[in-house]
Design a protein around this ligand. Structure first.
Ligand code: ADP
Ligand code: MG
Length: 266
């Protein structure tokens, strides 16, 4: 913390420039050693302030997104899911889809990395300054039901529209009753062309009516809106669960160790 100039310190606090305040004395010494001119000195401090502010904003966006875990694309083993269009995933991570308010549907059986990919793309979007919110489909329906009971559904809807991207995870795992289906339908209408949706589901579109209270007409209208501007990424039915495969691998290596130690002791 600088003790140098009382009036300057006061002004920098008023202007909420903490990095400027903390660093201006050290930067002045550096400027002396490296012969910076006045604009260079100011630029150094201003850049440091901007960078700190951006980093803080990204941290805030990542926190507000409420991701269930810190999954990243760098941890994703694309070789394990050859049916997945890798270049499409990398394109999505550049986040232009969100600027165009397009939707993403990740379709495939359980355990193949749909949630991992949705979170990883979501985190990239946060890093590019986008406002993201993660919900499970069941969690979102509960939120809507509660908000409706407490007469604040409009407020919740306005809140949803402030996001750039909403991730809706696990659509299709649990069927909804009539009321739940209507809430989801309302949610999709609310987001239409306002918010990008990233949806993970295990259900092919033909089976969606079963989730939406068996209402073919409502589901048809919903799919129409959802798929109007969307990227559909399908992971093949034949892919085995990644978690399952990892477990098998771990078990095989335990077996091998056991065989080795049994051989040693005999
Ligand atoms: P899904 O949502 O399709 O059911 P998840 O994304 O929850 O699957 O994946 C299950 C677990 O396996 C998670 O811990 C996830 O990080 C991991 N996983 C799945 N596929 C991969 C992959 N290709 N590379 C790395 N980890 C993976
Ligand atoms: Mg999942």
């Amino acid at each position: 913390m600088s003790t140098g100039n009382f009036l300057l310190n006061h002004a920098l606090r008023e202007l909420r420039l903490p990095v400027f305040l903390n660093e201006y004395e050290a930067a002045a010494r550096q400027a002396g050693h490296e012969n910076w001119n006045h604009p260079q000195y100011l630029e150094h401090l201003a850049q440091a302030e901007v960078q700190a502010r951006q980093a803080k904003r990204i941290q805030r966006l990542l926190k507000q997104a409420a991701f269930p875990g810190p999954k990243e694309l760098s941890d994703f083993n694309f070789a394990a899911v050859p049916s997945l269009n890798k270049s499409k995933v990398l394109e999505l991570a550049r986040t232009e889809f969100a600027e165009r308010r397009e939707n993403v549907i990740l379709l495939g059986p359980p355990g193949v990395g749909k949630t991992h990919l949705a979170i990883a793309v979501g985190r990239e979007c946060c890093r590019q300054g986008k406002k993201v919110r993660f919900h499970t489909a069941a969690g979102l329906v509960n939120l809507c039901t509660e908000a409706k009971d407490e007469r604040r559904l409009l407020k919740l809807e306005a809140q949803v529209r402030k996001s750039d991207i909403v991730i809706l995870d696990e659509l299709g795992y649990l069927p909804f009753d009539r009321r739940g289906a209507e809430h989801l339908f309302q949610f999709f209408s609310n987001c239409y062309e306002q918010v990008s949706l990233v949806i993970t589901t295990n259900l092919p579109f033909s089976e969606w009516p079963a989730v939406f209270a068996d209402d073919e007409r409502l589901t048809g209208a919903l799919l129409d809106r959802l798929t109007h501007k969307s990227h559909i990424l399908e992971i093949d039915e034949k892919e085995e669960s990644y978690r399952f495969r990892m477990k098998l691998k771990a078990m095989e290596s335990i077996d091998r160790k056991e065989v080795k130690s049994a051989n040693k002791s005999s």
